[in-house]
Design a protein around this ligand. Structure first.
Ligand SMILES: NC(=O)c1ccc[n+]([C@@H]2O[C@H](COP(=O)([O-])OP(=O)(O)OC[C@H]3O[C@@H](n4cnc5c(N)ncnc54)[C@H](OP(=O)(O)O)[C@@H]3O)[C@@H](O)[C@H]2O)c1
Length: 246
């Protein structure tokens, strides 16, 4: 747990990894501002956190819209923690990826975190403490023939993670990332149905990950136990042979 973090903005908290992160942080006594678009799932999460004795509120915003991202930052107000988790992945080949799809990946996966850090990072730096965790993807470092726009948007987020560590790190803000391999979530299940299990067969754990396993890493990175970790991307992918060779 952290002795300084009181409030956290978690994007994409209505499903999958973001939902698990919101629950984990609330359990650590952090007030969670949960972002998403689905009001019903947002309200359900807030209710669930309340029932567990935690504190949360839901803010809706479409992160593909820059104005809505800025409005979210203003509504969230000063926060100690920012978890940039919301993401889109439309896993098409390059010729099959439209300009709109390319732009959507960069708007949600890269520009929204950029604008949120630009709006909320300076306050953390002024207060002399804060932490930002970006959820990237194994796609950022493992080239694949499909999902190239997605991978590029996440590779950009990884570079931003390291850049922000240099920009805000000297003023007490730790900026880190978690790079998940395949994880069971609303998004992957909607995309692959029962075949979602097959995604995990190539890693050394030989199974797909669960959202809680990613949330546990985020929780650690936000805790005092991670006080000397900055600018690092933690791989949480069950052990990918290609990543081990790098
Ligand atoms: N699952 C995996 O295998 C995997 C692997 C590597 C990396 N990741 C990364 O981990 C993160 C979470 O993935 P997930 O699979 O847990 O997610 P998911 O189940 O697909 O849920 C996506 C979340 O992002 C929100 N979101 C999507 N587009 C949005 C938009 N335009 N504006 C606002 N919110 C938006 C959704 O909110 P609403 O539903 O409320 O609209 C939802 O809360 C993503 O960044 C993803 O790229 C996932």
């Amino acid at each position: 747990m952290s002795t300084t973090h009181r409030t956290a903005l978690v994007t994409g908290a209505t499903a999958g990894i973001g939902r698990a992160v919101a629950l984990a942080l609330a359990e650590d006594g952090i007030e969670v501002i949960a972002q998403g678009r689905d009001r019903e799932r947002g309200a359900q999460l807030v209710k669930e956190i309340g029932a567990l004795g935690g504190r949360a509120r839901f803010e809706t915003a479409d992160l593909s819209d820059a104005a809505e991202v800025s409005a979210l930052a203003a509504t969230a107000g000063p926060v100690d923690v920012l978890v940039n988790n919301a993401g889109v992945y439309e896993l098409t080949s390059t010729p099959d990826t439209s300009a709109a799809s390319f732009d959507r990946h960069f708007a949600v996966n890269t520009r929204a975190p950029f604008l949120l850090v630009g709006a909320l990072g300076p306050g953390m730096a002024e207060r002399g403490h804060g932490a930002i965790v970006n959820i990237t993807s194994s796609g950022a470092t493992s080239p694949a023939p499909i999902g190239t726009a997605y991978s590029a948007s996440k590779a950009a987020l990884e570079l931003l993670t390291r850049s922000w560590a240099t920009e805000f790190g000297p003023r007490g803000v730790r900026v880190t990332g978690v790079s998940p391999g395949p994880v069971r979530s609303a998004g992957t299940t909607a995309m692959l149905g029962e075949n979602v299990e097959a995604l995990g067969r190539v890693n050394l754990r030989q199974r797909i990950g669960e959202p809680e396993e990613i949330a546990a890493v985020v929780r650690f990175l936000l805790s005092d136990a991670a006080s000397y970790i900055n600018g690092t991307i933690v791989l949480a992918n069950g052990g990918e042979p290609s990543a081990l060779a790098a």
